[in-house]
Write a protein that binds this ligand. Sequence first.
Ligand SMILES: Nc1ncnc2c1ncn2[C@@H]1O[C@H](COP(=O)(O)OP(=O)(O)O)[C@@H](O)[C@H]1O
Ligand SMILES: [Mg+2]
Length: 228
Amino acid sequence: MIILLEDLWKIYPMGKLEVRALKGVNLRISEGEFVSVAGPSGSGKTTLMNIVGLIDSPSRGDLIIDGREIKAQSRGGLTRMRRELIGFVFQSFNLLPVLSVFENVELPLIIGKRGGSKAGRRERVEYLLEEVGLAERRKHRPAELSGGQQQRVAIARALVTRPRIIIADEPTANLDSASGEKVLGLMKKINREEKTTFLFSSHDSVIWQMADHVVFLHDGNISSEQRR
Ligand SMILES: Nc1ncnc2c1ncn2[C@@H]1O[C@H](COP(=O)(O)OP(=O)(O)O)[C@@H](O)[C@H]1O
Ligand SMILES: [Mg+2]
């Protein structure tokens, strides 16, 4: 079990009120699974993705990633886990506009100081740009690419440190359906070839039907799960 959630709650304080975004979620994900979180807007998908991606913390309950209890980690330990285990893909791509495609993908290797030599970094980045079909665009700026191309750059960036888990929050929501299916197809290929565990959310049934494990989220609860 690479991801384990037990009775996980997220409560956002809102002045005197509170929003219960996750209400006791239980979830088990095995290594190598291709999992989709399906649910309408407001059901808690982003909250769940941010918590499992270690960007946000739960209010209550247990989160265990790769056998490590999150509550037991120091701040430094959490940062290390996030850098070493997890790649994150955002709905709005979040590429840095002043950097080229190549530099955007290379950046996590420089920040994490785990990229080795300049030549080693270059080899990894070029391999991934080839994988996502954007080798010829390496010198372009993000603004010169289509949305689908930008999201493929973001996937290459998420993969560059060889994370075991990729978390993608509505990665296709800002794409037309053809580009969205291409991005999903690319994620599936990486899942098959590298056994990377994927957890991605979507409100679109065409997208979640491409998963082999679908988790239906409704109002902060898992209403059902489907495995194929
Ligand atoms: N930072 C926040 N502060 C207060 N309420 C929030 C915050 N983020 C999300 N919420 C609320 O939590 C619920 C779940 O939101 P979210 O996780 O963004 O759902 P989804 O991604 O499925 O649209 C919603 O009711 C939303 O308004
Ligand atoms: Mg969301």
